[in-house]
Design a protein around this ligand. Structure first.
Ligand code: ADP
Length: 404
């Protein structure tokens, strides 16, 4: 028995090592569900490390199609499509949450390493389950009530069980605020979609913050510095991300502690972007999480020692996690389609912003622009955050995403 134990101890690290080595200039494949901009940016690291990849996306023109070794066009929500895709890879990850979770669970049972795990995704895919998860794990979040239908919600309003204003959130995945509405009147209430939902307290927000945590299969965890997100008042989309956030050390520490608590509760593998509200009373509440690379971490490509994308790949392969500190301050501007423009995209004045020091444009490669569609982003780096923020404003005023 002792000898057997000795043998396992001796050979186990070797097997692990051997598995990892199969990825570098080897035959092993990382599969990515989703071929959007996040997938495209993940592929920069797999190129750098000569790791083979396969991408599944419904759109034949997906941004990540040009950067992977093998592109498959198919429906991410279709059980069989995801199974067939996943069977041929060694590690499967996502760059979008809207994927079939049952297929992921089956693939896990068949021995495919699925990161984030199917159970993590199942909780996160449903906003109501996500809130219940926070409640169960004693993670601070805005007070809420759940309803099975719009009728039940309206009934609760009529009976005075909840009162205006509140934030309506659909149970099913929305993105960029489409499944979220502030309800102040009966008229607003009429306008919300049918289906299971929650009514959440309208938070008096001082700042919206974000922290990206990364966790490896062996449980090593690291945390990026807290960032601050500034929102576009109409489109409800992030306009600027500032790293580091302009907050006190105490608030930053509190935010980090909460983000790590969330990470510990999920026991995820890979990135977990934690969106937080700093309330006017100085409390920090978790809004929601995303178990994948996130818009709030794009700045890390130029401003951090290790980009969020490289960090995710490190975690998938159970490699040592990289340094999350900033080399310089970074401000990210989302490059979104201008209002009134729909059709083939043209990046007007890109040559002018490139004349400014520290300006790094990323163009996602989407052929068509639409109002507020995320077409790219620009990261401005500078020793001083305030200088970077000022340049970001100039950049935003100069470049235009239009049709010719
Ligand atoms: P999505 O998943 O569509 O991004 P979020 O839940 O992140 O939706 O909400 C989008 C935005 O709506 C948030 O970033 C915030 O600005 C606002 N918001 C969400 N919930 C609340 C709330 N309870 N109180 C105030 N504002 C909120």
């Amino acid at each position: 028995i002792l000898y057997g134990f000795f043998l396992i101890q001796k050979t186990y690290p070797y097997f692990c090592q051997k598995n990892i080595m199969g990825f570098f200039s080897g035959k092993h494949i990382i599969g990515i569900l989703g071929g959007g901009q996040l997938g495209k940016m993940l592929l920069n690291t797999t190129h750098q490390w000569d790791i083979k990849t396969k991408v599944l996306d419904p759109n034949a023109e997906a941004p990540a199609r040009i950067g992977c070794n093998h592109f498959v066009q198919g429906d991410l929500m279709d059980y069989q499509t995801v199974i067939d895709f996943g069977k041929e890879v060694d590690i499967l990850t996502i760059e979008i949450e809207n994927v079939n979770p049952d297929a992921l669970a089956t693939l896990e049972q068949q021995g495919v390493k699925v990161y984030p795990q199917a159970r993590v995704l199942k909780v996160i895919q449903n906003k109501c389950h996500q809130k219940q998860f926070y409640q169960k794990n004693k993670i601070p979040t805005a007070p809420f009530q759940l309803f099975n239908s719009k009728e039940d919600l309206k009934d609760a309003v009529v009976r005075g069980l909840i009162s205006f204003p509140f934030v309506w959130k659909s149970e099913s995945m929305g993105y960029d605020g489409y499944g979220v509405k502030i309800v102040r009147t009966n008229q607003n209430l009429e306008e919300v979609n049918e289906g299971a939902c929650m009514a959440e307290e309208l938070v008096d927000i001082d700042k919206e913050l974000g922290i990206i945590v990364c966790r490896s299969p062996k449980g090593e965890t690291c945390c990026y510095p807290c960032v601050e997100m500034e929102f576009h008042p109409e489109a409800n989309q992030v306009e600027y991300v500032l790293s580091p956030a302009r907050i006190s050390k105490e608030v930053a520490k509190m935010a980090e502690e909460i983000a790590l608590e969330v990470s510990k509760a999920f026991r995820h593998v890979g990135l977990l972007a934690v969106e937080l509200f700093l309330t006017k009373e100085g409390e920090i509440w978790v809004n929601e999480v995303a178990p994948r690379p996130h818009n709030s971490g794009h700045y890390s490509i130029e401003a951090s020692y290790t980009s969020q994308f490289e960090q995710h790949i490190r975690a998938l392969l159970d490699l040592p996690l990289g340094n999350t500190a900033n080399k310089v301050a970074g401000v990210m501007v989302n490059l979104v389609g201008k209002e009134g423009h729909k059709g083939p995209v043209h990046y007007k004045n890109i040559e002018h912003i490139l004349a400014i020091e520290g300006v790094n444009p990323h163009i996602y490669g989407k052929k068509e622009t639409r109002p507020f569609r995320k077409m790219g982003h620009i990261t401005i780096v500078n020793k001083e955050l305030s200088v970077a923020r000022k340049i970001a404003e100039d950049v935003k005023e100069t470049i235009e995403v239009i049709t010719k």
